[in-house]
Design a protein around this ligand. Structure first.
Ligand code: ADP
Ligand code: MG
Length: 494
């Protein structure tokens, strides 16, 4: 793990400045909304949307005398997430008040965890495009309340406040500064979201704000000590995060190469302009005056229950991917595609059960996912079931149909439904493996096209034309391997 701290970016990720090469250092603070019906300290609905101020209890509106009551389910969700991040679960943690003024924070403080978070150090393994996987260390995960929302576009000279989000449970997941490129940061957020979706602890819906990231960026000469960082607040899309990092790194390099120094500050990313701008400097940083919330006792976990939660965790993406590679003989890449969502992994396994893993993966990834994408459908709305795709795979494996006819069968099942085996039977799509019949077709084509026969002797790639002709006269049903072999034999091509 120490290697993660000392790691120097791959050369391909270095940024060329005017004077030297530079390396980007990134650490992320991800806010993930806990998937829960009710808020962290009140029974009000935590659902997204609704009319403004529909989901607000007296606690969320901070009416005098109201007391917070911890939502056990949210605590369990945080524990579950911590376990999914292979992190240390702290038996005792403490809720603190983080004091600041915001019009949409009626309490005048946020209940958060400071010195003693519920979850300590963990690790997220990120998968990069070149097939490499690397660890990114997690420093901590703590529970805290979300704030409300100020609405500035409802009235010409007044702002309104919507407290629906006020008091919703957030998990703040803080990484160590272990990432070295925008792509690594994107892979980290993607993986974190994937793990939480598997666990059912956060829906990861970034458009609805259920996941957002504060992005800490600094630059250094490769391998040198860390430089001063800037923090880009509240980035709510993975793509924008990548853009913000690239822009911010270049901005810092420009300043340093001009002989300047980086001021530690909080910045905002403007996706329309594609640039970051200063929000406040560290000098103006808040003194939050944290202190333990006197309304809440320290949170003490029943470690036996934690062990039960651990035992009940689903198989997570990394383990599933490893199993898909070893049990089904898939490539790491195909396995990654299949485990991206729990539902797609389950669908694949329903197809592959008792069948050839690679052939099943091919059909699920290329034909099925390809078609879903093309038609804007999902596994929930697919017109073709795992059973039906399995039926097609069976017919191919048994040599009953060839790959081309299989695609036709897929098309028929997709549009009309039905059992693949019956469709093949009824429509006479069974592959012609009878060598006599194929040979007859081959001989006819050769006899009818003496000019082409001369041509193919000079240019072997002409063979494809003959294959096409034979397939045409057999209605696409001939066994392609047999056609190829017979043609090569008769035309004298090796
Ligand atoms: P603070 O409490 O001031 O926010 P933290 O130590 O909690 O500081 O760090 C916040 C985030 O900044 C963490 O995700 C951490 O990984 C990241 N970070 C710390 N130092 C650097 C650095 N030099 N460059 C980039 N990110 C950094
Ligand atoms: Mg911090």
């Amino acid at each position: 793990m120490l290697e993660a701290a000392k790691r120097v970016a791959d050369k391909k990720d270095w940024i060329k400045g005017a004077l030297s090469d530079w390396e980007i250092i990134i650490g992320l603070e991800v806010h993930a909304q806990v998937l829960s019906k009710a808020k962290l300290f009140s029974g009000a609905s935590a659902e997204f949307g609704g009319e403004p101020n529909d989901h607000v209890s007296f606690v969320d509106a901070a009416m005098p005398g109201m007391l917070p009551v911890i939502n056990e389910f949210c605590v369990e969700q945080a524990v579950r997430t911590g376990l999914g991040l292979k992190a240390e679960i702290n038996e005792v943690s403490v809720f603190d008040r983080k004091n600041y003024f915001y019009p949409d924070l009626p309490q005048g403080y946020q209940i958060s965890q400071f010195k003693q978070p519920i979850v300590g150090e963990g690790v997220v393994t990120i998968d990069l495009d070149d097939g490499k996987s690397i660890p990114v260390r997690v420093e901590r995960l703590h529970l805290e309340q979300d704030a409300g929302k100020s609405l500035h576009d409802q009235h010409p000279n007044m702002s309104y406040v919507d407290l629906n989000r006020s008091g919703c449970a957030l998990m703040e997941i803080v990484s160590k500064p272990d990432m070295r490129s925008a792509d690594e940061a994107k892979a980290y957020v993607t993986k974190l979201r994937q793990i939480m979706r598997y666990l059912g602890t956060c829906d990861g819906n970034m458009e609805q704000g259920s996941m957002r990231a504060d992005v800490n960026v600094s630059v250094r000469k490769p391998g040198a000590p860390f430089g001063t960082r800037c923090e880009i607040k509240n980035v709510n899309s993975i793509r924008f995060m990548g853009q913000a990092i690239e822009y911010e790194a270049r901005r810092q390099i420009g300043i340093l190469e001009d002989g300047g120094k980086i001021d530690q500050e909080t910045r905002l990313y403007d996706p329309k302009k594609g640039e970051t701008r200063s929000m406040r400097s560290k000098e103006e940083a808040h003194d939050y005056r944290y202190f333990p919330d006197p309304d809440l006792l320290p949170l003490k976990l029943d470690m036996k229950h934690v062990a039960e939660i651990k035992a009940s965790l689903p198989e997570l993406p990394d383990e599933k991917k490893a199993r898909f590679v070893s049990a089904y003989g898939l490539s790491a890449y195909d396995a990654s595609v299949l485990v991206a969502e729990q539902k797609s992994a389950d669908f694949f396994e329903a197809v592959a059960k008792g069948r050839d893993g690679k052939l099943s993966a091919n059909w699920v990834i290329n034909e099925f996912f390809g078609r879903l994408n093309k038609e804007g459908k999902s596994i929930e709305t697919t017109p073709i079931s795992a059973d039906q795709i399995g039926g097609i795979v069976d017919l191919i494996a048994a040599g009953t149909i060839n790959g081309k006819i299989a695609k036709d069968v897929f098309e028929i099942v997709w549009t009309e439904g039905g059992k693949p085996a019956e469709i093949v039977e009824k429509r006479g799509l069974v592959q012609v493996t009878d060598l006599g019949a194929i040979e007859k077709a081959v001989d006819e084509i050769i006899a009818a096209n003496p000019d082409k026969v001369e041509a193919v002797k000079v240019k072997a790639s002409m063979l494809g034309w003959f294959v096409g002709q034979v397939m045409k006269t057999t209605g696409g049903k001939a066994n392609p391997q047999a056609v190829n072999e017979l043609l090569r034999q008769k035309l004298g091509i090796n």
